[in-house]
Design a protein around this ligand. Structure first.
Ligand SMILES: Nc1ncnc2c1ncn2[C@@H]1O[C@H](COP(=O)(O)OP(=O)(O)OP(=O)(O)O)[C@@H](O)[C@H]1O
Ligand SMILES: [Mg+2]
Length: 276
């Protein structure tokens, strides 16, 4: 049976999609698991971008939620990482059919299904929580973000969801930040990892390749591994990520498909790569 984990935050922009992409990747490439990453952020999706898909998807989760096709038909297996991505399209979609997520996701058979949730506690985030067996909350160690993370945890407890723990992201160890011990006390659950503020994370987002593949030997990559270990797993393919890295470079040299507004961005990324 698949284990469904939703990544939630309360506050937006704190690193949910970054964590979803890196956790899915590390589980697939280093922990030997078969993983699906689902974009549960229906109205403002970005999971595809984090995996380097910049073109419009021919079919997406939006079509599944509208009842037009089965979820198995919109699975995109990443050519080098191997994670199965179930994306949403970038065009405007309302959250009208979001509540079908839990039902359609049952059609997927994987070791792990990681759902990237929308920010806040609106319909989309609540649906992602409902669909999950377990949840991970991610926050930046600052008051505003933590207060929203607390609301998310409160709701998860009300819904009797198992809380794996909290990930602290963009940690700078600055004076204005709340300490790990304090956050742990406030949240009443385990801190799974402290991911530092790291420009390499932004660069990897820009290039559309999770940091765990781009910089596998970095301290930040180890923090993402720590989150996977918190699921009670041991790495089974520790050297695999290096091979993936080489193969991915090859993949990115291939021409892009349909022209969209995002192709301009892809063009810039290609130039950037040549400079390297
Ligand atoms: N540890 C980090 N260090 C530096 N930049 C980071 C870090 N984590 C995430 N970022 C950057 O922050 C931005 C937002 O991250 P991300 O898209 O994962 O947030 P999100 O919570 O999914 O946002 P939203 O709520 O809008 O869906 C991205 O550009 C990403 O590269
Ligand atoms: Mg996101």
């Amino acid at each position: 049976m698949s284990k469904i984990i939703s990544i939630l935050s309360g506050k937006g922009g704190v690193g949910k999609t970054t964590l979803t992409a890196n956790l899915s990747t590390v589980l697939q490439t280093e922990f030997g698991k078969n993983v699906a990453a689902v974009d549960g952020n229906i109205t403002s999706p970005s999971l595809g971008l984090h995996f380097g898909f910049h073109e419009k998807f021919p079919v997406s989760l939006n079509d599944v939620l509208e009842g037009k096709l089965k979820i198995q038909k919109c699975v995109y297996v990443h050519p080098s990482i191997g994670v199965s991505i179930i994306p949403c399209n970038f065009s405007f979609y309302s959250d009208k059919n979001v509540d079908k997520l839990k039902k359609v996701i049952k059609g997927l058979k994987y070791d792990y299904i990681i759902i990237d949730s929308a920010p806040g506690l609106g319909k989309e985030a609540i649906t992602a929580m409902e669909a999950a067996d377990e949840i991970i909350v991610i926050t930046v160690p600052q008051f505003v973000d933590i207060s929203n993370a607390l609301k998310t945890l409160q709701l998860a407890r009300k819904m009797r969801k198992r809380i794996i723990g909290v990930v602290l992201n963009r940690v700078q160890n600055a004076e204005h930040e709340i300490s790990e011990a304090e956050i742990e006390k406030l949240c009443g659950c385990k801190i799974l990892a402290e991911i530092p503020e790291d420009k390499e994370v932004q660069k990897s987002t820009y290039r559309g390749m999770p940091l765990i593949v781009e910089k596998p030997n970095s301290g930040t990559a180890d923090r993402f591994r720590q989150v996977a270990q918190a699921l009670g797993l041991k790495a089974s393919v520790p050297e695999h990520h290096k091979k993936v890295h080489k193969e991915e470079k090859k993949h990115h040299e291939e021409p892009l498909g349909d022209l969209t507004f995002l192709d301009k961005l892809s063009g810039k990324q290609k130039k950037h790569k040549k400079k390297k």
